[in-house]
Design a protein around this ligand. Structure first.
Ligand SMILES: [Zn+2]
Length: 244
C-alpha cells in the first residue's frame, strides 16, 4: 500500500475500476481555489500559524472532484415541507430551518421550493438501502437515520464552457427527539457544505458519534470549513474541451 494513495483516490463505488490520475486530468477541470465568501473569511479565531489555532482539517477527504466546495452563492437548499397531518413533520421542518440558519452565518444559503433547482435537497426519510451507484456517500456511525451523498453534474448553460458542479442529497429521518434531530440536521448540513469527514472530538458538530448534549458549531468546525474553502477544487471550473 502506498501511504496517502487512498486519500488521493475517490472511494470507487460508482465503477469497478478507478480512473487513473491521467484520465481524471484529461476529463475534469484543473483544480483551482475560489474566492471565499466574506462571511466565512471574517472573524477568524486565530491565524493557522498560531499555537491557539485548532481544526481537524487532516480528517477531511478530498474526492475525485477535489474538495467539495460551493462557489455559487447563495447555496440553494430545498427541504421537504411539513404535511398537513398530525405528525412530527413540523418539528422536523423547525429543526432543519434552525440548522440552516446556524450555517448561514458562515456561508450564504437560501431556501428554494423546488428540489430540481436545489444544490442541496433534504428529504424527511431514512437513507435508502439501495446505493445510488452514481453517488458517493459519507458513511455515518452516529445514526442510521441520516446520511449525505453527493453527485457530480455538468452545467451546459454556456455550451462552449461546460462547468463541473456537484449536488448534495441529505436523508434525515424523523425518528429522533427534537434536540437530536436538530443536531443531526446541523451535522449533515456540515457534510453538504463541504466538511467531508469527521472530527475526533466530541465537542465538535462534526464528531463521528452522537452525544448526549449536542454541541453548537465550534471554532474547530468553522476553522476546518474555512481551511476547506481555501483549497483548490475541480468544482465550479470549466471542463477541458477537445480541440477541433
Ligand atoms: Zn457524519
Amino acid at each position: 500500500d502506498i501511504p496517502g494513495a487512498k486519500a488521493q483516490l475517490p472511494p470507487s463505488r460508482s465503477t469497478s475500476q478507478s480512473p487513473t490520475p491521467a484520465q481524471i486530468d484529461r476529463f475534469l477541470p484543473v483544480s483551482q481555489a475560489h474566492t471565499m465568501p466574506a462571511t466565512l473569511a471574517r472573524g477568524q479565531a486565530a491565524e493557522p500559524q498560531s499555537e491557539y489555532f485548532d481544526d481537524y482539517f487532516d480528517k477531511i477527504q478530498p474526492t475525485i472532484a477535489g474538495y467539495l466546495i460551493w462557489s455559487r452563492f447563495p447555496v440553494r437548499i430545498y427541504f421537504e415541507p411539513a404535511t398537513q397531518m398530525p405528525d412530527r413533520s413540523q418539528e422536523w421542518v423547525t429543526a432543519v430551518t434552525a440548522a440552516i440558519q446556524e450555517w448561514n452565518a458562515y456561508l450564504p444559503l437560501t431556501v428554494v421550493n423546488v428540489p430540481d433547482t436545489a444544490d442541496i435537497a433534504i428529504w424527511r426519510r431514512t437513507p435508502p438501502l439501495q446505493v445510488d451507484r452514481s453517488a458517493t456517500r459519507q458513511p455515518e456511525l452516529r445514526a442510521r437515520s441520516a446520511e449525505t451523498r453527493f453527485n457530480l453534474w455538468v452545467d451546459r448553460t454556456i455550451p462552449e464552457k461546460p462547468i463541473l458542479l456537484h449536488r448534495m442529497t441529505i436523508w434525515l429521518g424523523m425518528g429522533q427527539t427534537q434536540d437530536y434531530l436538530r443536531a443531526a440536521a446541523r451535522h449533515e448540513l456540515g457534510h453538504a457544505l463541504g466538511i467531508w469527514g469527521h472530527s475526533p472530538t466530541a465537542t465538535d458538530v462534526m464528531y463521528s458519534a452522537q452525544v448526549r448534549q449536542p454541541p453548537p458549531l465550534s471554532d474547530r468546525d468553522i476553522n476546518t470549513l474555512r481551511r476547506i474553502y481555501q483549497q483548490p477544487t475541480r468544482l465550479g471550473w470549466a471542463i477541458p474541451q477537445p480541440l477541433n
